[in-house]
Design a protein around this ligand. Structure first.
Ligand code: GLN
Length: 439
């Protein structure tokens, strides 16, 4: 393989591996006896390509990384408003196992245990088994394969889940928990005992990063808005009382687990996962945090590092012969890439200030990968202005980035001619000119 990506990931594993500080999670008997040494990294691109290094195939229990996905499922099934009435979205600044609950029985957020137990209670079904089954299926949909439970981890944690039982009983007493405390704790502990490897987690992260589409199966498991909401809460609360540090030093939405995993989702780019069991005082994997810091810096993934799209949007602006030069020339605007507000601004600024003599205006979207609604609207307005000046406006839009409904609501259905190719535009233009007897 010629790709430099896996060798790069391997070099990070080699560099960080000597770091052996941190402790295993000792409050869960089964985790206390885990092998502390494995270290793996996986990246999952949004088209399903996966890159791995180190122990990326080694399975471990998902633990709190599951919280982000159960939260997503609860919102999908119950709607955001109902979920918000049970669990808040405020970073608590407290430890993951804090007894966080306000006077209405609402935990601060779904990423700490209290909120996650409350969220689990909102999963579809009545019994712990039914709810757990829905959660397991959903996580399997995100990973792209069925996930199994580590029965040893499950039973050993359940047997000693005094604190989580305490939290659940408190939530129930205050009216915030939508299930019997035992049902919620049982299922919550079981969801944390689901087994994943770094590769699975990276794909699960990629599912959130893509706005809800599993990269390999292409199944849509969430709508974009829900995925975006979950990413927001991961950003502010995913790393517990280290969340502020994480946002400033890494800046990628993420969720850790005391099994040693961290799942990250760089919106619109990729999913990232690390696995290394030794934890810092916050319960986050020591090597995992170090690896994320490296990756975020090297790959320029920090959320606040915004890519510059504007200057690249206009591939070419020329005056070209059109319709075999019989009827006049065209001002051609060829766009490319992802057109967001900033990109569209640079395009419409140019289009609206160009002093052109051409009888035709052609906007070519063939090389545009994606156009945000705001960009479609802005470009539609300029095309319409050209049409009002009496120019013939052709929109080369083979992928139909402008759907029929867009053409109508932006008011250009009758003024702009949408075509598949330059040639088709010329053909239609020639027929029209001939019918009108030329100019
Ligand atoms: N199952 C663990 C617990 O409830 C999960 C905690 C974690 O991963 N931070 O304590």
């Amino acid at each position: 393989m010629r790709s430099p990506i896996e060798p790069y990931l391997t070099s990070i594993v080699d560099e960080i591996r000597p770091e052996d500080s941190g402790e295993l999670a000792d409050y869960i008997p089964e985790l206390a006896s885990a092998d502390p040494d494995p270290f793996g990294i996986a990246l999952a691109m949004l088209d399903g390509q996966v890159y791995v290094a180190g122990d990326a195939d080694r399975v471990f229990t998902i633990q709190s990384s599951a919280k982000a996905f159960t939260y997503a499922l609860a919102i999908r099934e119950r709607g955001l408003d109902e979920v918000l009435s049970h669990v808040g979205v405020e970073p608590s600044g407290d430890a993951f196992n804090a007894i966080s609950v306000d006077e209405k029985g609402r935990p601060a957020n779904p990423m700490i245990n209290a909120g996650a137990i409350g969220t689990f209670a909102l999963a579809p079904g009545e019994s712990a088994e039914e709810k757990f089954d829905a959660v397991r299926r959903f996580m399997g949909d995100c990973a792209g394969r069925e996930l199994d439970v580590d029965e040893g981890a499950y039973s050993s944690e359940l047997a000693t889940a005094y604190r989580n039982r305490g939290i659940a009983n408190m939530l129930r007493a205050l009216g915030g928990l939508d299930a019997e405390p035992d049902v919620a704790v049982d299922g919550y502990v079981r969801q944390g005992a689901l087994q994943v490897c770094a590769k699975d987690l990276a794909l699960m992260g990629a599912t959130l990063a893509s706005g809800g589409i599993q990269p390999v199966t292409r199944k849509r498991v969430l709508d974009e808005e829900t995925a975006g909401h979950v990413l927001s809460v991961m950003t502010t609360c995913g790393m517990y009382d280290a969340a502020g540090d994480w946002v400033s030093s890494v800046g990628v939405p993420a969720k850790s687990g005391v099994g040693g995993g961290i799942v990250g989702a760089s919106p619109g780019r990729l999913g990232i996962a690390t696995f290394s069991p030794r934890l810092d005082v916050h319960g986050n994997s020591v090597r995992g945090v170090a690896a994320f810091e490296r990756l975020a810096r090297d790959l320029s993934l920090h959320l606040m590092r915004i890519p510059e799209t504007g200057h690249l949007a206009l591939r070419e602006a020329i005056s070209a012969d059109y319709i075999s030069n019989d009827y006049g020339t065209a001002a051609m605007y060829r766009l490319q890439g992802v057109i967001d507000f900033v990109a569209a601004e640079s395009v419409v600024r140019r289009m609206s200030s160009d002093r052109i003599d051409d009888r035709y205006v052609v906007v070519d979207l063939t090389e545009v990968v994606e156009a945000k609604v705001v960009a479609l609207l802005m470009i539609a307005k300029v095309m319409d202005a050209f049409a009002q000046e009496g120019r013939h406006v052709y929109l080369i839009d083979p992928e139909r980035l402008y759907g029929p409904e867009d053409l109508r609501r932006f008011g250009i259905a009758d003024t702009v001619t949408q075509v598949d190719s330059f040639e088709q535009g010329e053909k239609i233009g020639r027929e029209r000119e001939t019918a009108e007897g030329g100019s």
